[in-house]
Design a protein around this ligand. Structure first.
Ligand code: CU
Length: 151
């Protein structure tokens, strides 16, 4: 489930062929995104690549992904990540050359999910709080202080 309290973002991964150095790569190799975001892989040169998750390289509840082959410079393929977890993928033609990448998808955090301290937790901070407050009636703490307690 993804709450669209934060707008979904688009990310670009360049699909690199570096003939001079004999390297093929995804750039960035590691990418951290949020549920609902879309990643677009863009072929940087005329060369044959694809993106495909390893057979066990995606979280439960996801089917992983497999793109068609990109052949020409500027050709691209996009995938929207609806399931949190880690996706490890590679390129079929260059798997033996180590052409691989990782995308970590986290669940968006909405302000109403932020931790609010319980009464029991407040008790564990009592001595610290008394350094700042004359009373231990912490129910009347200013909101700014309440927000910081528990972090
Ligand atoms: Cu490739």
């Amino acid at each position: 489930m993804f709450a669209h309290s934060v707008a979904a973002k688009d990310h670009i991964v360049e699909v690199i062929t570096d003939n001079e150095n004999g390297i093929t790569a995804f750039r960035p190799k590691f990418l951290q995104i949020e549920e609902g975001d879309t990643v677009t892989w863009v072929n940087a040169l005329d060369d044959l690549h694809n993106v495909i998750t390893y057979p066990d390289g995606f979280p439960a509840g996801s089917k992983g992904f497999e793109s068609p082959y990109l052949e020409n410079k500027g050709e691209s393929w996009s995938y929207t990540f609806d399931t949190a977890g880690t996706y490890q993928y590679h390129c079929i033609p260059h798997v033996l050359m180590g052409m691989r990448g990782t995308i970590t998808v986290s669940t968006p955090t909405s302000p109403d999910k932020f931790h609010r301290p319980t009464k029991d937790e407040i008790v564990t901070y009592r001595n610290k709080l008394l350094e700042f407050f004359d009373s231990d009636d912490f129910g009347i703490m200013p909101d700014a202080v309440k927000r910081n307690v528990g972090h």
